[in-house]
Design a binder for this molecule. Structure first.
Ligand code: GA4
Length: 322
């Protein structure tokens, strides 16, 4: 018997582990989905499985619609503090500064609103820009959820999107202003604008101005910056969609670091189901004998628990079976 103990030249080379499938459509580390491509459904599913995050291009939404809301948001954040406070407190819906949720702080001021009952204290031009933006982005979210259903081979096509189409669906819009933070550069440190977290809802659609700051966590735990692009949207899988797909799609961990010279302005739409809706894996997605990774819960239960946690906490972990 001949025993070969010497390694060949190729076997001695260091191995570089690829952290993404070669077949995907990527710009740097960020998966790309072109809504006009015949491969869009497959691209969406690949991105949601790999990272739970993608950049959406060719979405057909006019720049004017985004710009109008951005200009109104800039006007709002330039108001004196007492006028911003008139929008009510961020908990549960209104204007917030520095404080996020119950336990966290960030270099940020923001306006948090229920998408279907726009804050009456805002100017009429602001309310009109918000209402036009929300109805367009709600439709876009549903289109994406239908594309996901198609890519996953699910019938009917609206099996996911109907969660956002109910009169009682829990839809939120958030406008974030991250002022520049010059001391971060002077002291050579990173200042947190919004600490790392996953979104509890089904889907989140983000649009920002051209200021950097957003980062996502890759599968191997590395944090990578997401280059801003004011004409595209960035889409996040939320915890609820991770549960609906029994872990096949991943809710992405993300955070925002303050920019030392420029203001960052982002507008995010969060699509959640009605509070009474049960959130559980779709039976059609389960293989024979496959069990749910999560114990049963309603969106109300998950949301109530989530709102008591810290941003960094693994909220879904509290609902895992094993
Ligand atoms: C993250 C997604 C949305 O911005 C949000 C956030 C909410 C808040 O800002 O009050 C939360 C956060 C978000 C996750 C866990 C809880 C709740 C702060 C926090 C620590 C409005 C949401 O629905 O959940």
């Amino acid at each position: 018997m001949v025993v070969i103990t010497k390694l060949s030249a190729v076997e001695q080379l260091p191995i570089t582990k690829l952290h993404r499938p070669v077949s995907g459509n990527f710009a740097g580390d960020v998966p790309l989905v072109d809504l006009t491509s015949p491969a869009a459904a497959a691209q969406v599913v690949a991105a949601c499985e790999e990272l739970g995050f993608f950049k959406l291009t060719n979405h057909g939404i006019s720049f004017e619609l985004m710009d109008r809301l951005e200009c109104e948001a800039v006007k709002f954040f330039s108001l004196p503090i007492w006028k911003k406070d008139a929008a009510g407190s961020a908990a549960p819906f209104g204007y917030g500064s520095r404080k996020i949720g119950t336990w966290d702080f960030g270099w940020i001021e923001y306006l948090l609103m229920q998408a279907n009952s726009i804050n009456p204290s805002l100017s009429s031009s602001f309310r009109s820009a918000l209402s036009d933006y929300i109805s367009t982005i709600k439709n876009l979210s549903c289109e994406l959820l239908e594309l996901m259903a198609e890519g996953l081979g699910l019938q009917p096509r609206n099996i996911l999107s109907k969660l956002l189409m109910d009169e009682e669906s829990d839809l939120i819009i958030r406008l974030n202003h991250y002022p520049p933070c010059p001391s971060s550069q002077q002291r050579n440190i990173s200042v947190t604008g919004f600490g790392e977290h996953t979104d509890p809802q089904v889907i989140s659609i983000l649009r920002s101005n051209n200021t950097s700051g957003l980062q996502i966590s890759l599968r191997d735990g590395r944090w990578v910056p997401v280059p801003p692009d004011q004409s595209s949207f960035f889409v996040n899988v939320g915890d609820s969609l991770q549960v609906l797909t029994n872990g096949r799609f991943r809710s992405v961990k993300h955070r925002v670091l303050a920019n030392s010279v420029q203001s960052r302005l982002s507008m995010i739409f969060f699509g959640g189901p009605p509070l009474k809706e049960r959130v559980a894996p779709l039976p059609l997605l389960m293989e024979e004998g496959e069990e749910s990774l999560y114990r049963e819960f309603t969106w109300r239960e998950y949301k109530t628990t989530a709102y008591k946690t810290k941003l960094v906490d693994n909220r879904l972990g509290l609902f895992e079976k094993h």
